[in-house]
Design a binder for this molecule. Structure first.
Ligand SMILES: [Zn+2]
Length: 248
């Protein structure tokens, strides 16, 4: 958990301190989608599963509210919990996405290891995927892996809204430094749901990044979906035509 936090904080800091053109040419930080989402439309996504207990609970909430979501699975975890991966695949409102084999930071590993991460995860998850969707761990991309993934028929998926649930995590509040890099209003530092609703409203919808592994996210998801529905947002899966321009 400390590692996840450190990697995200480092990426966000680097991203803020580099010229836009240099960032574009390096392919390093393409996961924050710059183009606007389809207005009023939300697509929920959950990374880092499958997670016993959490995966089933999220699927049940999709049934309760009749909303779709995508699950970007870590392939080595999917191999350890094939029954959970199968549950996601079988669910009518869920899509399986690929979130690498072992969740490394692609900025810290050589191209040959990036290629093996893509190859192993593709071998494990391809049969569960239609369409083939990939999300980089920490959102940290590379030009080499982009080309590899596209050759394998993947669309690469970022996000419009980072829920920053990794920062709120267990206690439900985040510190001042994390609030700054996550763009969390001071008033919402102890209010995860208010933060996510405000962030979705600011983008007028979009792909929302969350994680299966954070207890706070699970505890608040029911209310979060209710709030977004009450605000008039509609939900669509990532393979809806409206989200086509948001994928790479
Ligand atoms: Zn992840």
């Amino acid at each position: 958990m400390v590692e996840i936090r450190a990697a995200r904080v480092r990426s966000l800091s680097e991203q803020m301190n580099q010229p836009a053109e240099a960032l574009r040419q390096s392919c390093r930080f393409e996961s924050d989608i710059a183009t606007p989402p389809p207005p009023g439309l939300v697509s929920l996504s959950f990374d880092d599963g499958p997670e016993p207990g959490a995966t089933e609970a999220i699927l049940a909430l999709l049934d309760k509210h009749q909303v779709p979501a995508s699950f970007f699975l870590i392939a080595s975890k999917a191999q350890r919990h094939p029954e959970l991966a199968a549950l996601v695949k079988a669910h009518p409102r869920a899509l399986v996405g690929n979130h690498s084999w072992s969740h490394p930071n692609f900025h810290d590993i050589p191209a040959v290891r990036q290629a093996s991460e893509v190859e192993r995860s593709d071998a494990t998850l391809a049969a569960l995927q239609a369409p083939k969707l990939f999300r980089y761990p920490y959102g940290n991309a590379s030009c080499e892996a982009n080309a590899d993934l596209q050759q394998r028929g993947y669309r690469i998926v970022g996000w419009h809204v980072d829920s920053c649930d990794w920062a709120f995590d267990k206690t439900g509040s985040i510190d001042a430094h994390e609030a700054k890099i996550c763009g969390v209003d001071k008033a919402n530092r102890e209010h995860f749901i208010d933060h996510v609703v405000a962030a979705v409203k600011a983008r007028r919808g979009g792909i929302v990044l969350m994680h299966e592994i954070h207890p706070n996210t699970l505890a608040k998801l029911d209310t979060l979906i209710e709030r977004l529905l009450a605000e008039g947002f509609r939900f669509a899966p990532l393979n809806a035509a409206e989200f086509e321009p948001s994928l790479r």
